[in-house]
Design a protein around this ligand. Structure first.
Ligand SMILES: Cc1cc2nc3c(=O)[nH]c(=O)nc-3n(C[C@H](O)[C@H](O)[C@H](O)COP(=O)(O)OP(=O)(O)OC[C@H]3O[C@@H](n4cnc5c(N)ncnc54)[C@H](O)[C@@H]3O)c2cc1C
Length: 565
């Protein structure tokens, strides 16, 4: 076999959750598997993610005594997805998702921790869960990866603390309360001192949590099963023979290499969040394709969709939203480099509100990240820049942080000097700094404060659902999501539309096979993760609805290609 042509049973394009899930599943069932990754590090958006997976009826919930009827989950999704509810693919997901978790638990180093206290986003919808539908990869010690560690993407710098990922839940809570609790201070002290030692010793974070733990554990599982993991190997073309996909041609620094795939190819290249052309065609309020600040790495720029189309696959654009919206602020780093910060945890805390340029609120800020941007797009009049401002007091900033500015004792004033954080002694001064209508902002805050002093938000109902309350501060009474903005100085951060990834993608069936224009499976071609049109129809009913299906349909594709389904 020459080095320019290699033979496998399965070739997977992309090394995120979906690709590695497919690879590990197929390799466990005896297939010879290769994963090709465009970048010099594996993990894609998954490695930068919070790592939460929506897996209703998962084994960890079952073991904790949470037993839900599958019909309750269907009810929730039917109400959330409306006419875009695809019963066949939803059932495939609901049935295979718990099996996927059991499979990895039993046969690989991918072990999980539960999210039994995490509620679905829309608590008012029939069938909404109050817990037991989420899992996350258990923390992982990077040292267990051996040489493979060097092929692992580092944590997203914007969301990390000194390069160290922090896990939502007790870990994050300890960081937020380290100035007022000895227990938290000890936890933070242990985490930070171990991290500093790891930086000296290994040059990177080694206490892997969140998405990077998921990728670390999947990558180790793949290595254990003999999967060939090839970084710096972008897939450029599919090998197609008589309508059947038979392999992939990748480009390396030395030559083009043909990777033949006897059984199939899985496209898992991370969708198109960074493809300006497709954004321009598909995203609302994005006239040039550039009015969008995507969070995933640059490499997620539509290659999987283009490869799928080259074999006759169709991109499904009929979803309610083509994109998984995330509210983002633009972070000015040194030398003109810009980061994108996802506002996931600050919006629901007590003492912050979101306003438009007219100074008015437009949404329950403690609802989901997707809901915030969806509401912003609807509320900003046509022709105006789609943007809003998160406004808070000095006390709020020091207690919880705002955007990339961290809470006490971490210094924050350099962010004012850089122009990221706007500041004013009064609301009017702050409004002038931001370009917000000062009278509008004053009126909004005065009205909001009247009720906020009683812990109420009659305008938008902050704190009205279990999800809201989880986003708030459990120690704040009476409403964990509501506090007045009554004492300056005040701060604000500008928030613009960004995304966790894309929802539009290749049309597939319940086996993750890519479908052609006649809805017939293209022989040998699968798609999973964000290359596959989201089963959620363009809606965002729960945290983890990207990674849960990505892991599950990767698993389904792996089983199908191995003849196990
Ligand atoms: C900050 C952040 C937080 C998030 N938190 C969550 C969360 O908690 N829960 C959740 O469900 N979702 C979350 N998401 C979204 C989620 O991470 C993504 O939807 C998911 O990781 C996509 O997985 P994937 O396997 O499809 O693609 P990715 O993980 O993006 O992997 C795709 C890989 O394919 C590679 N690639 C691209 N083109 C080629 C090519 N031509 N050849 C070879 N390789 C190629 C890319 O370089 C990349 O490494 C978050 C996203 C971000 C950015």
């Amino acid at each position: 076999m020459s080095e320019t042509s290699l033979d496998y049973d399965l070739v997977v394009v992309g090394s995120g959750a979906a690709g590695l899930s497919a690879a590990v599943t197929a390799a466990h069932h005896g297939l010879k598997v290769c994963v090709v990754e465009k970048e010099d590090a594996m993990g894609g958006a998954t490695a930068w993610s919070g790592g939460w997976m929506w897996i209703p009826r998962n084994p960890l919930a079952q073991r904790a005594g949470i037993h839900e009827d599958i019909e309750t989950i269907r009810t929730y999704l039917r109400h959330e997805l409306g006419e875009r509810y695809d019963a066949t693919r939803i059932d495939a997901f609901l049935e295979a998702a718990p099996q996927m978790v059991s499979f990895f638990e039993a046969h690989t180093v991918l072990q999980f921790a539960d999210g039994n206290a995490i509620a679905d986003i829309h608590g008012d919808t029939p069938g909404a869960g109050t817990g037991g539908r989420s899992v996350i990869a258990a923390p992982y010690d990077g040292r267990a990866l051996g040489d493979t560690l060097h092929k692992l993407r580092r944590t997203m710098p914007d969301t990390a603390f000194l390069g160290m990922p922090i896990q939502a839940g007790p870990d994050l809570m300890a960081f937020l309360t380290c100035t007022c609790s000895l227990r938290s201070a000890l936890h933070v002290g242990r985490r930070v001192s171990r991290h500093l030692w790891d930086l000296v010793r290994h040059g990177r974070a080694m206490q892997l949590v969140n998405g990077v733990a998921l990728i670390g554990r999947l990558a180790k599982s793949a290595v254990d099963l003999g999967v060939d993991l090839r970084v710096s190997s972008p897939a450029r073309h599919l090998l197609i023979d008589n309508g059947q996909v038979r392999g992939v041609i990748v480009e390396t620094s030395k030559a083009e290499v043909t990777l033949k795939a006897r059984r199939g190819v899985v496209l898992a290249a991370g969708g198109f969040p960074n493809d300006e052309q497709r954004r321009k065609q598909l995203f609302p309020r994005t006239p040039t394709g550039r009015e969008h600040w995507a969070l995933p790495p640059e490499s997620a720029n539509g290659d999987g969709l283009t490869l799928g189309e080259s074999a006759g696959g169709l991109v499904d654009t009929s979803l309610y939203s083509p994109v998984a919206w995330a509210p983002v602020s633009r972070v000015p780093y040194a030398e003109g480099h810009e980061g994108h910060f996802p506002h996931i945890i600050d919006r629901g805390k007590p003492g912050v509100i979101g306003v438009l340029a007219n100074g008015q609120r437009f949404v329950n800020e403690a609802h989901g990240y997707y809901d915030y941007v969806d509401a912003m797009l609807k509320a900003v009049p046509d022709g105006e820049e789609v943007a809003s401002w998160l406004v808070c007091t000095h006390r709020f900033q020091r207690r919880y942080g705002l955007g990339i500015t961290r809470p006490a004792p971490v210094p924050f004033r350099h962010w004012i000097r850089k122009g990221y954080l706007k500041a004013g002694r009064t609301l009017e001064e702050l409004a002038a700094q931001c370009g917000i209508d000062p009278q509008g902002l004053r009126r909004t805050v005065d009205e909001y404060n009247v009720h906020a002093r009683q812990g109420e938000d009659p305008a938008f109902g902050r704190g009205s659902t279990p999800y809201n309350r989880k986003q708030g501060d459990p120690t704040h009474r009476p409403n964990p999501c509501v506090a007045p903005l009554d004492e300056g100085p005040f701060y604000a951060v500008k928030v613009v539309p960004g995304s966790f990834g894309t929802f539009a993608g290749l049309k597939t069936n319940h086996h993750a096979q890519v479908l052609d224009a006649a809805s017939i499976p293209i022989p040998g071609l699968y798609a999973a993760g964000t290359d596959m049109a989201s089963i959620m129809g363009g809606y965002y009913p729960a945290g983890g609805i990207n990674l849960g299906p990505a892991m599950t349909f990767g698993y389904i594709a792996g089983l199908h290609v191995a003849g196990q389904r």
